[in-house]
Design a protein around this ligand. Structure first.
Ligand SMILES: Cc1ncc(C[n+]2csc(CCOP(=O)(O)OP(=O)(O)O)c2C)c(N)n1
Ligand code: SF4
Length: 290
């Protein structure tokens, strides 16, 4: 975390753009939690960049006063990586939906995680494609009836975003609920404060197009991770991600560890390259001259 701004309140991070989500959409709770988290961390508005892809949830950067980049569907993570590599001093936060990040953008996620790119990725998981009116997404509960699946999805299993991110080497993995903006704000603060790739899966119901995994369904489902959960233990984190008690979902930090970030590793390689006279760029080019 690099930015500071002593006097900003949550409302100061709000842009003048009218929020256009359906009344009651879970994403309002996420926006609220994010504004509070930015204020608590005293992020400087012009040192913070919020990047998204396409989807209802990907509109979130519009509603914040920071710099933003509403990129292409599924491409928020590579765009955000570029921003971070170009200027490592910026605080870069990625927002998106389960479709954007795990369907069309699913191929980028493992690499950003394993490289430990210093980004915070906040996913609004509503188990559906909201913007395009209710198609099934990778996190849809198997059998979900949707616009294009009137007889239920044929997929026997859903993607588990927590297990996925843990498996590919994310160094911070957490989960929260849009109906708990206070708890969520704290989780987002911890995710942003973490050095390296952090992922927060937020269950954020789409009341318009997901009639199965609704707010009422989730509101009694969340329980805190056990007090004795060891968040440095990857196996225990995976177990909690895959095997919560029946009908329940854990909220809190599943896993946190420290590893050098992509920028740190690139700096080391750069230093080595500079120190190696045999690898001077002109010597290297000379090797290819005929
Ligand atoms: C290349 C491309 N393919 C498809 C689309 C259509 N599209 C826009 S948003 C979206 C899915 C959004 O779902 P999700 O990321 O879960 O966000 P939500 O709207 O549910 O918040 C799709 C398929 C597109 N805009 N661009
Ligand atoms: S369609 Fe669903 S995800 Fe999109 S704004 Fe409406 S409630 Fe939210």
């Amino acid at each position: 975390m690099t930015a500071t701004a002593e006097t900003l309140k949550a409302k100061d991070y709000k842009s003048d753009i009218r929020v256009v989500w359906c009344p009651g959409c879970g994403d309002y709770g996420v926006l609220n939690a994010v504004q509070n988290a930015f204020a608590a961390l005293k992020l400087t508005i012009d040192n913070t960049v919020c990047v998204s892809g396409i989807g209802c949830s990907s509109r979130l950067p519009y509603f914040l006063k920071t710099y933003g980049f509403h990129s292409l569907h599924g491409r928020s993570l590579p765009v955000a990586s570029g921003v971070k590599l170009a200027n490592p001093n910026l605080e870069v936060v990625v927002f998106g939906g389960d479709g954007d990040l795990f369907s069309i953008g699913g191929g980028h996620f493992p690499h950003v995680a394993r490289k430990n790119t210093d980004l915070t990725c906040v996913m609004m998981d509503n188990h559906v494609y909201g913007l395009t009116k209710g198609q099934a997404s990778p996190t849809s509960t198997p059998g979900t009836v949707g616009t294009l699946t009137p007889f239920g999805t044929p997929d026997p299993a859903a993607v588990n975003p927590l297990a996925y991110s843990l498996t590919y080497g994310a160094t911070f993995v957490a989960q929260g609920f849009s109906g708990d903006p206070k708890g969520l704000s704290q989780t987002v603060q911890q995710a942003i404060s973490h050095k390296g790739f952090s992922f927060v899966n937020i269950i954020s119901p789409c009341l318009t197009f997901n009639k199965v995994d609704t707010f009422d369904f989730f509101k009694d489902s969340f329980i805190d991770l056990p007090a004795d959960h060891d968040k440095s233990n990857l196996v225990s984190a995976l177990d909690k991600a895959v095997n919560p008690p029946a009908g329940k979902l854990y909220s809190g930090i599943f896993f946190e560890t420290q590893r050098p970030t992509l920028v740190e590793n690139l700096k080391k390689i750069n230093q080595k390259a500079k120190a190696d006279k045999n690898r001077d760029i002109n010597t290297f080019i000379d090797e290819f001259k005929i």
